[in-house]
Write a protein that binds this ligand. Structure first.
Ligand code: FAD
Ligand code: SIN
Length: 532
């Protein structure tokens, strides 16, 4: 059994920012950050566009950023949370700069980019590698604290609660408490118990539940699934954001390569395969409308025309400007024989971001005592039914700071729970057919992509639920009889996420933001979250 004051599951923008701030606040406390693969292999690392924050007060102000966020959220965001994130955001970004993050400047001032749904240029960025720069900064900074330990290739399996002490815990049990987590060391396959006073889930998104996704392979919704199994509260899981412009990927690369929305902010225009702009038919903001609108418009054009992709036309943009701002995108296109200055870039929507997740309050507290959550795995109320571009990194920074306040208040009153039994692997044997896992994973992706994608209806959702139920049963059988592997756990977690997305989608009998169903095409007057 290992013991740490604070266990952080996840080392992206959310987990590392919290670790740094907590280490500074309480140097006497031991903080352990675990990541399931290499340090730095996170969604954060792949962020392109940047971080949204009100910066140029001559033209921008908090009210504009608040209004844009609420508008993108399609009336489901919590105005109090939006207010907090927008107003605290610039201070948090400034701290990141003080820690060493470099954002592009022009003539001595920050070069602010524009993305869909923003009424002003307010995106700080580092070329098209903003996430890489943030991840680098945070890892370097975290490495300077004696009381932070970073351990890679440690996979969190399950959260520890009273259930592990032999009590019956259900969704209505009051005062569920988290005591840490069971983890698997991927280098030895050993399963260990880590007990902690406070546990932070910062596990990122679940994009791998769909066939086409911009999310790296670590994005398997482990945190949302673990909290659901521990009987914690989740909400708004139906709001899955599809990014309008992933590079068309007939070779089936996983993940799909993103062509940042910042490229449209720089003037690129969406066109059909015969070169006609089409976004004017859908929204007056055209190619820079919020993502839900643009992704649905592309999906519709592809279906009407029977095309596999639409085009992004950048040919009118100055080559030096383009390569200076988007070197990674330029080189990726070139590597596939597409010269963005001479050819239009083929793009398709791909799953990009989970707007719902673990329900937390304005200080990151989950419904389980001593368990906090931060980053993409949460539902804070900021994004509502659709996230505004570049608000995710911002949310991670702001909430990481707020959680420090809440943890500091309670940690001195918490004792370690030392009676947790070791993981019980009795009755399990070595898996002899990996194909059972890989095939189920493929089936899951097909089910979710075919039936729970951008456009939904009751028949498709019902079909998804019955197919998912079968996969669930087969996977549980495998789980009961085979020795555990992270692959099996990831499959199990993805099936849980697929189920939660599908069930929430079926519960929402309206179309709002990212959830569009042909059976209920209108938005209802009353607002509600889908609680699971
Ligand atoms: P992540 O950065 O994904 O980190 C998750 C961590 O959890 C990892 O360390 C992982 O190893 C760990 N983990 C997961 N499960 C386990 C487990 N079971 N055990 C142990 N460790 C575990 N947002 C913006 O605001 N601006 C952008 O420009 C932008 N561009 C994007 C571009 C791309 C291609 C993608 C994919 C996303 C983009 N986003 C952007 C979204 C944003 O990057 C993510 O929402 C954000 O980085 C999530 O941060 P996080 O800390 O919550 O999770
Ligand atoms: C992008 O660069 O288009 C991604 C931005 C985001 O997801 O916020």
């Amino acid at each position: 059994m290992d013991q740490t004051d604070i266990l952080i599951i996840g080392g992206g923008v959310a987990g590392l920012t919290f670790a740094i701030k907590m280490a500074e606040r309480r140097p006497d406390h031991k903080i352990l950050v675990i990541t399931k693969s290499a340090l730095g292999e996170t969604n954060t690392r792949y962020a392109q566009g940047g971080v949204a924050a009100v910066w140029n007060h001559e033209v921008d102000d908090f009210n504009k950023h608040i209004a844009d966020t609420l508008d993108a959220g399609d009336d489901l965001s919590d105005p109090n949370v939006v207010n907090i994130v927008v107003k605290e955001g610039p201070v948090r970004v400034r701290e990141l700069i003080e820690w060493g993050a470099k954002f592009d400047q022009q003539n001595g001032t920050y070069d602010l980019g524009r993305e869909g749904g923003h009424s002003e240029n307010r995106i700080l960025h580092f070329k098209d590698l903003t996430g890489w720069e943030i991840q680098r900064t945070l890892l370097e900074k975290a490495g300077t604290y004696d009381n932070i330990e970073l351990r890679d290739n440690i996979y969190a399996l399950d959260l520890l609660t009273q259930h592990h002490l032999g009590y019956v815990v259900t969704r209505v049990t009051p005062n569920i408490v988290c005591y840490g987590a069971y983890v698997q060391d991927k280098s030895t396959n050993e399963i260990k118990t880590i007990i902690s006073k406070v546990t932070i889930v910062a596990t990122g998104g679940a994009g791998q539940v769909y066939r086409n996704t911009t999310n790296p392979t670590i994005a398997t919704g482990d945190g949302t699934a673990m909290v659901y199994r521990a009987k914690g509260r989740l909400e708004n899981m139906e709001f899955v954001q599809f990014h309008p412009t992933a590079l068309y990927n007939p070779a089936g690369e996983n993940p799909d390569f993103l062509v940042s929305e910042a490229v449209r902010g720089f003037g690129a225009i969406l066109k059909t395969r015969d070169g006609e702009p089409f976004m004017q038919k859908y929204d007056k903001r055209e190619s820079l409308a919020p993502r839900d609108i643009v992704a649905r418009a592309i999906d519709n054009e592809m279906k009407i025309r029977g095309d596999d992709f639409v085009y992004l036309d950048c040919r009118h943009i100055d080559k030096d400007d383009f390569t200076d701002h988007f070197p990674t995108i330029y080189h990726k296109c070139q590597s596939l024989g597409i010269d963005p200055m001479a050819h239009m870039i083929p793009v398709v929507p791909a799953c990009h971001y989970l707007c719902g997740g673990i329900k937390v309050d304005a200080y990151g507290r989950s419904s389980i005592n001593h368990l906090f959550a931060v980053g993409e795995c949460t539902s804070t109320g900021l994004h509502g039914a659709n996230r505004l571009a570049s608000n995710s990194l911002l949310e991670g920074l702001v909430f990481a700071h707020r959680i420090v306040e809440a943890v500091d208040d309670i940690i001195d009153h918490i004792k370690f729970e030392k009676n947790i039994p070791d993981w019980d692997a009795e009755g399990t044997t070595e898996p002899n057919e990996m194909v059972l896992i890989t095939q189920s994973w493929k089936e899951l992706k097909e089910i979710m992509s075919s039936y729970v994608g951008i456009v939904r209806n009751n028949v498709r959702l019902q079909r998804a639920r019955s197919r998912l139920h079968l996969l669930y049963k087969e996977t549980e059988d495998l789980y009961q009889t085979t020795i555990l592997s992270p692959q099996l756990f990831e499959l199990r977690n993805l099936i849980t996420n697929g189920y939660l997305i599908t069930r929430s989608a079926a519960m929402r009998r309206e179309s709002r933001g990212l959830h569009y169903t042909t059976d209920y095409p209108d938005k209802l007057d009353f607002l509600d979250v889908t609680i699971l």
